[in-house]
Design a protein around this ligand. Structure first.
Ligand code: R5P
Length: 300
């Protein structure tokens, strides 16, 4: 009889997301074996017998080191197709390289395009990710692809008291602020940010929002170094915001991001469980696998 299984990609974040996804969709769960050879090359093995399995939902997040995660993903998809699996649905909770989605400076690679083409060409039939930086990037995956927006779902797991407002760090992220704010039943707005593409310097100018006495919730897709959110938090607290919390899809938390955020007065970060957990005490994780099970496994 035809069967679907959920396969965790071997690393802890992928496995726990996959296990939750399997539980919430009533599917069976298995994991893969992985190791790294002394010369640095990756090795993966699927011990689960695949006879009679016609669909595999492979959960593999592209956590740092991203390039290793990506090669493991490619090896796994290729292996599954060679084993005769009819349909491989890749669930990549965090899709790496999504922010390099165009040629900002002449001669730059459009990295997300290269990645999505590679995933498709090696054999992924469908792709499900959470909050890709720009939804338009999905067109580079020539197959069924969906990016699940987690903010409304996350809102139901966050307690907001008092006079609160949701702010996006820039106008491009206003959709995220609207979605979260509507689910929380509060107002929203955005800040004006400028990033120097060469030096990486960020400056943020205040927008016409009076945050005095307000509980501010900043919403963004990614915290990487924490620079964007830290600057916003400092600015908002200097404008007498009562507190600053953050809701983010992907908490990469690179280097000293956590101490940067604490120094900038951030009270708490609520992140989807798309990446390995970091900095307990500051970052609170919300399991969004049920949302993926509910919405994304039915990719049209
Ligand atoms: C930028 O376009 C993204 O939406 C994030 O605001 C940015 O990637 C965050 O990076 P960092 O934490 O290093 O400031």
């Amino acid at each position: 009889m035809a069967r679907t299984i959920v396969l965790g990609g071997g690393d802890e974040a992928s496995n726990s997301f996959a296990a939750s996804l399997a539980r919430h969709s009533g599917l069976s769960y298995a994991s893969v074996e992985r190791k790294i050879f002394p010369d640095g090359e990756s090795y993966v093995r699927v011990r689960e017998p695949l006879d009679g399995v016609d669909r595999v939902v492979l959960v593999k997040t592209m956590a740092p080191p991203q390039d290793k995660s990506i090669i493991e993903t490619l090896l796994l998809i290729d292996l599954l197709k060679e084993k005769g699996v009819g349909e491989v649905v890749l669930v990549a909770p965090y899709l790496a390289y999504a922010r390099q989605d165009r040629e900002f400076l002449p001669g730059e690679s459009v990295s997300v395009r290269a990645l999505l083409r590679a995933l498709r060409r090696v054999g992924a039939d469908a792709l499900v990710t959470i909050e890709i930086h720009k939804e338009e990037s999905l067109r580079y995956f020539e197959g069924r692809a969906v990016s699940v927006s987690p903010y409304a779902y996350m809102a139901s797991r966050i307690r907001v008291e008092g006079d609160a407002v949701v702010l996006a760090p820039d106008q491009g992220a206003l959709r995220r602020a609207r979605e979260l704010a509507e689910a929380l039943g509060v107002g929203f707005d955005y800040l004006v940010k400028h990033r120097d593409r060469v030096t990486g310097e960020i400056s943020i100018e205040p927008k016409s929002v009076d945050v005095r006495g307000k509980r501010v919730i900043i919403v963004d897709d990614v915290i990487s170094t924490g620079g964007t959110v830290a600057k916003a938090s400092e600015l908002l607290l200097s404008q007498r915001a009562e507190s600053v919390d953050v809701v983010v899809a992907h908490a990469l938390m690179v280097g000293d991001a956590a101490s940067k955020l604490r120094r900038a007065g951030v009270r708490a970060v609520y992140a989807a469980n798309t990446l390995p957990p970091k900095d307990p005490g500051l970052v609170h994780y919300i399991d969004v696998a049920p949302l993926v099970a509910e919405k994304a496994l039915e990719v049209p």
